[in-house]
Design a protein around this ligand. Structure first.
Ligand code: ZN
Length: 280
């Protein structure tokens, strides 16, 4: 397993961690000052930016993009809405390609509005991913299916486990010709009794590794994530399994937290670097 001490070049900061209070160029500068090797921006942050300038700024600082967050939901009551989501995801892939992103993160959507049909939701997602794969291959940015904790099944993700994500990879891209893979986010999968075996199964399909911690108690299902070291997830154990597959991508810190979002970004980044080094 890689030694993370004094190796901020191996870290990535998912910009959600910083609360979306600073423009992307300022975030890149603040990360670069600390030697951080990558960021994972959100699409909303790209809207007012000239992407070639962002790409140049990243390159000038030897920084990469560990992933672009995240897909529009594939589940919707009407075909027209589902088609709109796919077109939207194609445009996002174009942006991801401009930034040379390692992957485009897929948070797939929960139940379609007004529906209780979970099978139908899952079929809609698979159909959407299937239609997006050729464009993903054409622009050279692989799709990373991110299973979310089952508590989000209704409103965010009907994709709930790593096993399910890998089943979909096998179904939609059996030969790996599209590079379809998965994002392993410890917050979403740490509880899973099959985690070690499914990470082993994933092998080269692991495209991203996200870290944060599970606080006890958890007071907010979405925005109550903790800094590594403040909760109960054995992050180094999971990283060991992930790196045993040959994964050598960034260790991406992704924290949605109404607590941390009140802090100054320089303070958050200093703590982040310390916690990745010592608790991941
Ligand atoms: Zn994540």
């Amino acid at each position: 397993m890689r030694n993370l001490l004094q190796r901020p070049d191996l870290y990535s900061i998912n910009t959600a961690t910083l609360g979306f209070n600073s423009p992307l160029p300022a975030i890149i500068d603040a990360c670069a000052q600390r030697g951080i090797g990558a960021i994972a921006p959100w699409r909303r942050e790209l809207e007012n930016q000239h992407l070639p300038d962002i790409a140049r700024q990243l390159a000038a600082n030897n920084m990469a993009v560990s992933g672009l967050c995240r897909s529009s939901y594939y589940t919707a009551p009407t075909l027209a809405e589902r088609r709109r989501a796919i077109a939207d995801n194609q445009r996002a892939l174009d942006d991801a390609a401009q930034l040379n992103a390692a992957c485009y993160i897929q948070v797939v959507g929960g139940l379609a509005q007004g529906s209780k049909d979970l099978d139908e939701a899952r079929n809609q997602v698979k159909e959407g991913i299937r239609q997006l794969l050729p464009h993903s291959r054409a622009v050279g940015v692989p799709l990373a299916l991110e299973p979310l904790h089952p508590m989000t099944t209704a409103d965010r993700s009907c994709l709930c486990t790593l096993r399910q994500a890998l089943d979909w990879c096998d179904e939609l891209d059996p030969d790996g010709e599209f590079g379809l893979g998965v994002a392993v986010d410890v917050y979403h999968v740490w509880w899973d009794p099959d985690l070690a075996s499914q990470i082993r199964r994933a092998g080269k399909r692991i495209l991203a590794f996200h870290v944060s911690d599970w606080l006890v108690p958890t007071n907010d299902l979405v925005n109550g994530r903790g800094m590594p070291g403040d909760g109960v997830i054995d992050i180094p154990a999971i990283r060991q399994w992930v790196e045993n597959t040959g994964f050598n991508g960034a260790i991406e810190l992704e924290i949605f937290s109404s607590y941390w979002w009140q802090k100054d970004i320089n303070h958050i980044l200093d703590i982040s670097v310390d916690r990745i080094a010592h608790y991941c």
